[in-house]
Design a protein around this ligand. Sequence first.
Ligand code: GDP
Length: 435
Amino acid sequence: MHTVAIIGKPNVGKSSLFNKIIKKRKAIISDEPGVTRDINYETLCLNGIVFRLADSAGISREREEIRILGQRMNRRLVEEASLLVFLCEIDTLSREDFEIAEIIRKSGKPYIWLINKVDSEKKMNNFYDFFDLALESPLPISVQQGKNIDELVRMISEKMQQITAHEPIEKIGGKSAPPVRNSLIHVAIVGRPNVGKSSLLNLLVNSERSLVASDPGTTRDSIDETINFEDIDLKLIDTAGIRKRSKIKENLEFYSFVRTGKAVKESSICVLIIDATAGITTQDKKIASLIRKEKRGMIIAANKWDLMREHNVDQKEFIRNIHDFFPHAAFAQVIPLSAKTGYNKIKLLKSIIKVYNNYYMHIKTGELNSVIRNFTLRGARVKYGYQKSSAPPVFEFFVGHIETFNSNFKRYITNNLRKSFDFTGVPIEVILRKD
Ligand code: GDP
């Protein structure tokens, strides 16, 4: 797992910053806080990227041996981290800051540079002295007043996106390294009541912890479970337990929809379960558009396929029908499934990992441009472009003529991107700009 390390000399506010960031992200913190020897770690998830935030705990005196110990700790953290958060203090620029700046420069690692305790405008008088450290883009903050902390969290998220975007993405089952290392994939299992969410969760966690009965009024508690499949951790965000809590039907539907929305937001990949025997309902469509709106990866699991089999339903035709009914979700793979018999369980798990890889896929600019050269529609063509971000993938393309700015051309490009690269299960956004 990647580490983001807060480094700096004693007393500049490292631990306060650590706590502040953690508090900001409380809602999505995973549950492994703890102190490992002299370093504090907390696992966080920002925009789908999981990493450990680290700071050197318990170094607060300035006695010489502790100072040396502190520097040793800084070195260790620098070695361990993928991203460095270097904290200085506006009133105390000193030799130690220069030493740490040197360690950072030598490491060649990406960093964010913060000057803390800028509690007032007046304090900014000293700000420019820091440029002597010869690092880039210092950001004034005040941990105590919460100043620029949101900006910092945004910067961490952005830098981590860049760091993880360059990681090799391999196809599952391939010879090379496993596809998603260091990752915990957040998967939301969503669907209207009674489609088989609890049954699927039971199947996946391989336990009978959840209560499933033929009575559609069954209640169970909502529990998130983490399972491991092919060395990859999948956190299954459960929405199954929420349904029959409320006695009032309208409230229930509303509550259930809100909970589904929350689960979708917490996830990178959503498994939308539909009841194959019932076909597509309005509520299924509502949930699909929710997933679409949040731009998450999507898989449609057509559950209770054991019953469809009894009627010899043709799978290919069924899948085609689903895509016709769900034009918004045409990019999603449809997997016939039986939570009862276990049919296609492995296929579903593999698909989750595949979609996750696609979600985070970053196409190299060179490769992208050699492919888009061939994209022409009635004389309109893209001059060049690049993938602006991943999770979900956003592409920016530059075109010569303003006439090409129409939705047909955009759709044409999106379709061709899908033909050229495997973005199964993932929404793609294309932005066109005049060159
Ligand atoms: P949830 O409300 O979405 O959590 O749905 P449940 O998991 O409680 O399932 C509702 C009903 O459908 C229960 O009676 C299950 O036994 C049944 N069920 C779930 N999955 C399957 C399946 O794959 N095949 C069949 N035949 N029944 C299923």
